[in-house]
Write a protein that binds this ligand. Structure first.
Ligand code: GLN
Length: 534
């Protein structure tokens, strides 16, 4: 039977709870345990698929096509946990299912209430994941900050679970902040005391505190926190700011987090260290041999989280090539007003990520025009691949009004358009082409060179497609259809010859890249950019 670790957060949001949970997963896996990770998000949306990136950051997609929180991306990058639609539990999903059951009459005349009906639903969903995957440890991260009204049903559910399971089977970890007051030259423990106090009011007593801090914690402070918060001194774990998030598992290990967790859950296992991670990832992150600068052209450039997996996968491509990747964030609207030659003058490669809506599209097309003609390595992902197709149609095939029907309904010709089934879609939620689909790759292409395989599977999240009616015309002028979906004959990868590296894919390879196993396309793209920089 799986044991459970519940991770809550206090004081402020953005404490890096997701990275802490993922790092803990990594540490436990390194000890030989099989883990599952669940994220509970206390919003009423069923999933974040229809949310604006400014609200939510990136939408992460699993193999089974769930649109989820970006923390699931951290889990997949740090651990081998298999994630699915069940790994993400939102208030929206929980209420949707309880209300559906109520309408069906499942509750047999009872008054349906938050306790026990909503909390039971949450508990069942958590237990289902643990059981399905037959894991040793299930880590459950509760989104939001303790004290929020929204997260109360989740907190109540985990309170009940810990009570039912007993102390060797469940553990509460609370992530808090020790703010440093510069003018006083002091680090404050009061917000942590209050946050733990709030948890105790609702019956949750954390056994471990992960204290985020920019300065090391003194022994005296550790003792003070332990005394006020009812934890052992050794359970006050310092989570000091680190230079790179991949340092977090190692930093937490130094503080003894994994040993402490195992002790509290009464699990005896040898410590096998984190050598592979240290050698394969950290050495190269700390002191890479090379440098490369990549331009990312998008529309949410001020928001670090909007292209989270893209930035991560670029870093992985760097690690695989022993290079540090610096990113020039380019707002595509700037490319509409200013000369791409100036803006992109010192990048060795350009990536255009996924996106929706017409803002900034012409700027992206201008960028591709410049990149293609100037032979700068190019990687287009989803929307980026569609842009590359439009640019090629306009400037190589002479179809000067080519467009996607997403941006111009009457575009002539519509080289990117909706397939029939998408034309019938009425509800926007969970109705895109989502999740893993097969792709066959042609020999002799950049993609084949990168994957070293003709059969792959990648994750999708889009409505529009390469319009096969124009396939022959574009191919005739030199566009290479390097990959297609064998069941539906949908174009998945486009390339151009006579260019150092120009690849556009309809899927999202960034979701499957890991620090210690860079995605083949990202690895090949960075290698091409390094070559360009020579
Ligand atoms: N907007 C495009 C579509 O729906 C691309 C989507 C994406 O880049 N994720 O097809």
């Amino acid at each position: 039977m799986s044991k459970f670790i519940f991770v809550t957060g206090g004081v402020v949001s953005s404490l890096g709870k997701g990275i802490a949970a993922a790092s803990l997963g990594k540490l436990l896996e390194a000890r030989g345990l099989k883990t599952a990770i669940i994220k509970c998000d206390p919003y009423l949306n069923v999933d974040p698929g229809t949310m604006n990136p400014y609200q939510h950051g990136e939408v992460y997609v699993t193999d089974d096509g769930a649109e989820t929180d970006l923390d699931l991306g951290h889990y997949e990058r740090f651990t081998n946990a298999v994630l699915s639609k069940d790994s993400s539990i939102t208030t929206g999903k929980v209420y949707y299912s309880v209300i559906t059951k109520e309408r069906r009459g499942d509750y047999l005349g009872k008054t349906v209430q938050i306790i026990p009906h909503i909390t039971d639903e949450i508990k069942e969903r958590i237990k289902k994941v643990a059981k399905q995957n037959d894991v040793d440890i299930t880590i459950v991260e509760i989104g939001g900050t303790v004290g929020d009204i929204e997260s109360l049903p989740f907190l109540e559910a985990i309170r009940q679970l810990r009570w039912e399971l007993g102390e060797n089977y469940a553990l509460n970890i609370h992530v808090t902040l020790l703010p440093y007051i510069r003018s006083a030259g002091e680090q404050k423990t009061k917000p942590t005391q209050h946050s733990v106090g709030r948890l105790r009011e609702i019956g949750i007593i954390p056994q471990i505190l992960l204290c985020r801090t920019e300065k090391p914690i003194t022994q005296e402070q550790r003792e003070k926190i332990a005394l006020f918060c009812n934890v052992d001194v050794e359970a006050v774990i310092e989570a000091l700011d680190v230079r790179h998030i991949y340092e977090v598992p190692v930093a937490l290990k130094k503080e003894g987090l994994d040993s402490l967790v195992l002790k509290k859950l009464n699990i005896k296992l040898q410590d096998r260290g984190l050598k592979a991670w240290e050698d394969g990832v950290l050495k190269r992150v700390r002191a890479p041999a090379k440098e490369v600068k990549i331009g990312v052209v998008g529309k949410y450039m001020s928001l670090q989280d909007a292209y989270k997996s893209i930035y991560e996968a670029l870093a992985h491509g760097g690690i695989a090539n022993n290079a540090r990747v610096t990113i020039l964030k380019v707002d595509s609207e700037d490319l509409e007003k200013n000369d791409p030659r100036k803006i992109l003058k010192d990048v060795q490669g350009v990536l255009i990520p996924g996106g929706f809506g017409s803002r900034g599209i012409e700027g992206k097309i201008r960028a591709v025009h410049y990149i293609r003609e100037n032979k700068i390595p190019f990687f287009g992902i989803c929307l980026g691949m569609q842009i590359a197709t439009i640019e090629f149609a306009r400037h190589v095939c002479g179809l000067k009004d080519a467009n996607s029907t997403e941006f111009d309904k009457d575009s002539k010709p519509p080289v990117i358009s909706l397939i029939e089934e998408q034309k019938e879609v009425k509800n926007l939620g969970a109705s895109m082409r989502l999740g893993a689909f097969a792709c066959s790759i042609e020999k002799g292409t950049r993609a084949f060179e990168a994957y070293r395989s003709g059969k792959i599977s990648e994750r999708h999240r889009h409505r529009y497609e390469f319009n096969n009616a124009y396939r022959a015309a574009l191919e005739e002028q030199g566009l290479v259809i390097a990959g297609h979906n064998p069941e539906r004959d949908l174009v998945e990868i486009v390339e151009i010859k006579d260019h150092p590296w120009f690849v556009g894919c309809q899927f999202h390879p960034e979701f499957k890249s890991k620090p210690d196993a860079a995605h083949p396309l990202f690895k090949a793209f960075i290698a091409a950019a390094l070559e360009k920089g020579k």
